[in-house]
Design a protein. Structure first.
Length: 466
């Protein structure tokens, strides 16, 4: 009998660099290693979506769509994977259905093969359009369970969610443990339940973070229970708030009789290359060595690592670092009030900011942000448990929460309006989508793009005149 195959999804170009260096890896640092990455034998390369889209334009002066096309050209043999926030596409609020459709189609057209789709509340109404469009466009729709723990997040609830996603068209199911709180024992139970409930041709994928130090064991137990694919990061960008290590898992699993499909010497070449990249980011201070260590606070507070550092920096900027412990204790209370949302973009920001507000004001929900109000109105979807009615009343006053699906209430001419606003600045449908997702960021990016081109043009004219 052939050895059981375990696929590896390499995250260095997306989640690993997002977790360790705030998504600051420019394409120029990816380009030299693309041919090796393409030859390594990965199940897929996670390389786009998540925070990369925003950061490309905001901090790197890169067109995210152009980056995707270059990745596609440099990685002809490997499946390219992205992370999509369902109805939020790559932003922080819901977009109308036609925008979601256009965005998904454009991602596939520019080179994406696998779209991992999640919703912060695990509300399938926020996943449906993205899933259906991905399938129509010929991509693999991979449905992600935003994993969390709470009294309402039972194994049964997750299995039902996975079944619904498969019914909507998902060809694979991922357990997305963004906070690194999935324990080996819970992983075994959940993977076994999913494998039991789902059709045989639907692979179960595991995604976790090494933050709390359990990730290797979690994958091992998940694999024993039947998991088919794991997300890993090449060693220099692994561990800590990132994923567990690609090479180590390859060696360990191979010895145990699994087939990873990976070419070991190529992995070491890739690792050598990224050691050099990592050194630059340590040197310039972008990579904080603390984020590479083990931190069990996420187990204690059930808060993702990224959120902890956000809380701390929010408090620091307000000269209130001494309130950190209080804010940590307040966070799970806010989460409970809001119906136990999993803490992932954008709910992690929403819950964290409200916890900070409550602590700073010395009175709970005295100051409430626009996002939390929108959340209480139902604009983010159905919450896992009902929102505490007293808190909801306190926040909304006499305003009634919306009934039905928020996206259905959004205008249907968003694209045409954005196109008209941009005029000649937009050179493609993709430009318009960038602008709809991040209006001021995209506008600034378009200006810089034009200025850079004019500089180049001027330079070549001067050269001709010489
Ligand atoms: Co992640």
């Amino acid at each position: 009998m052939a050895n059981r195959h375990i696929g590896f999804t390499e995250t260095v170009l997306r989640d690993a660099q997002q977790s360790l260096i705030a998504t600051r890896l420019p394409f120029s640092e990816m380009e030299p290693i693309l041919s090796k990455l393409d030859a390594a034998g990965y199940h897929s390369l996670e390389c786009w979506g998540g925070a990369t889209f925003d950061v490309c334009m905001r901090f790197l002066d890169e067109d995210p769509w152009e980056r995707l096309r270059k990745l596609r050209a440099g990685l002809p043999n490997t499946k390219l994977q992205m992370l999509l926030r369902g109805q939020n596409i790559l932003g922080y609020k819901h977009y109308p259905d036609d925008i979601v459709r256009r965005f998904v189609k454009a991602a596939v057209k520019n080179g994406i093969d696998i779209i991992r789709i999640f919703d912060a509340l695990n509300d399938v109404n926020n996943l449906k359009v993205a899933i259906e469009t991905a399938v129509e466009a010929g991509a693999e729709a991979s449905g992600a369970i935003s994993y969390t723990t709470s009294p309402v997040h039972t194994r049964e609830m997750y299995v039902n969610l996975a079944k619904e996603m498969v019914n909507m068209g998902c060809q694979s199911i991922c357990i997305k443990d963004m906070a690194g709180i999935l324990t080996p024992n819970n992983a075994y139970g959940l993977v076994a339940a999913l494998k039991d409930a789902l059709p045989d041709n639907v692979p179960v994928i595991m995604h976790t973070h090494s933050t709390a130090g359990m990730a290797f064991m979690t994958y091992m137990k998940g694999i024993e229970a039947g998991a088919d694919v794991i997300d890993t990061a090449i060693s220099p960008f692994s561990g800590g708030t990132s994923q567990p290590t690609t090479e180590s898992l390859h060696v360990a699993l191979t010895q145990m009789g699994y087939d990873t499909g990976l070419d070991e010497p190529t992995l070491y070449e890739i690792a050598d290359y990224f050691k050099g990249v990592r050194a630059k980011f340590i040197e310039d201070g972008t990579l904080n060595p603390i984020s590479m260590g083990t931190d069990t606070q996420c187990l204690n507070y059930q808060i993702p690592g990224g959120m902890l550092s956000n809380l701390l920096s929010q408090l620091k900027s307000l000269n209130a670092s001494d309130k950190f412990d209080e804010a940590l204790l307040e966070t799970p209370r806010v989460r409970e009030d809001l119906g136990f949302p999993p803490l992932v973009t954008p709910t992690s920001q929403l819950v964290g900011t409200q916890a900070v507000q409550n602590v700073l004001a010395g009175e709970r929900y005295k100051n409430v942000g626009a996002e939390v109000k929108a959340y209480c109105r139902g604009e983010y979807g159905r919450t896992p448990a009902p929102i505490n009615p007293e808190i909801q009343k306190l926040i909304l006053g006499d305003e009634k929460p919306i009934e039905g699906r928020y996206a259905d209430t959004l205008p249907t001419d968003t694209f045409e309006k954005a196109q008209a606003e941009l005029g000649e600045t937009a050179r493609s449908e993709e430009d318009v989508l960038s602008y709809i997702a991040f209006p001021p960021v995209a506008e600034k990016f378009f200006e810089t793009r034009k200025a850079n081109e004019e500089k180049v043009a001027k330079y070549s004219i001067e050269k001709i005149e010489d």
